[in-house]
Design a protein around this ligand. Structure first.
Ligand SMILES: [Zn+2]
Length: 226
């Protein structure tokens, strides 16, 4: 056992034991009661910190995979809606279901699987109420390096990055369309006008420790500022 400790799980809302067999805490460090992962617990911790009255808010989650974190959002927010994740590339057409505006929009991990992030962030911004927030997780694997577009769509055809050039054809299975770095903050602002902060959380008591578990919070200015 690499790591084991008692604490409180923000996902299932219980005292629990967190355990990780291996060193890669991001995938291994689980709540023994609900199976939640560090990035999921970090997301809920960030939500509590940023929007302490989220129980009074309307929440919409894109790409839910029906895990404990989503169940908690559904049970404890004023109103919760979601679309399901099916493993495919997530593109702008997945972001047009919701016509109304929400206080909080949640996405977990899916935004590295989009070709046209500009349109997606614009769409999300349009679906936030003034003062609302898009709260999301993504592995910012590039950190201080420029975000990289690994899979592109040009004139309806797919090209992927081989390390030297873009090649037409079917990308490797584990390749994501984007590898993001901290410059995501600037890219979101330029495309949607939302201000984003990155929360890097580390708190063993809540089972929040791992590489790449940053939580991004993009705020829409309140009406008075617009
Ligand atoms: Zn739990």
């Amino acid at each position: 056992m690499f790591l084991k400790n008692f604490g409180y799980c923000p996902c299932c809302g219980q005292e629990t034991q967190f355990e990780s067999e291996g060193e890669w805490l991001r995938d291994d460090y689980k709540c023994m009661k609900c199976g939640s992962l560090p990035r999921e617990r970090a997301l809920l911790m960030a939500l509590e910190k940023t929007v302490p009255d989220w129980h009074e808010k309307t929440v919409f989650e894109y790409g839910s995979v029906n895990r404990e974190v989503s169940r908690r959002l559904a049970q404890q927010s004023r109103e919760y809606g979601s679309t399901a994740y099916d493993g495919a590339i997530w593109d702008i057409d997945r972001f047009q279901d919701a016509k109304k505006q929400y206080d909080i929009i949640i996405t977990q991990e899916i935004l590295n699987q989009i070709y046209d992030y500009e349109q997606v962030f614009q769409q999300i911004a349009g679906q936030l109420k003034p003062g609302g927030a898009h709260i999301f997780t993504l592995p910012l694997v590039r950190k201080n390096h420029k975000s990289h577009n690994s899979i592109k769509r040009m004139n309806g055809e797919i090209f992927y990055w081989t390390g030297d050039e873009y090649m037409k054809g079917e990308p490797p299975l584990d390749m994501r369309a984007w590898e993001w770095g901290y410059d995501i903050v600037d890219r979101i602002f330029r495309t949607s006008g939302l201000f984003t902060k990155i929360l890097t959380l580390d708190n063993l008591e809540f089972g929040v420790r791992a590489e790449y578990i940053d939580v991004m919070i993009s705020m829409k200015p309140s009406e008075k500022l617009q």
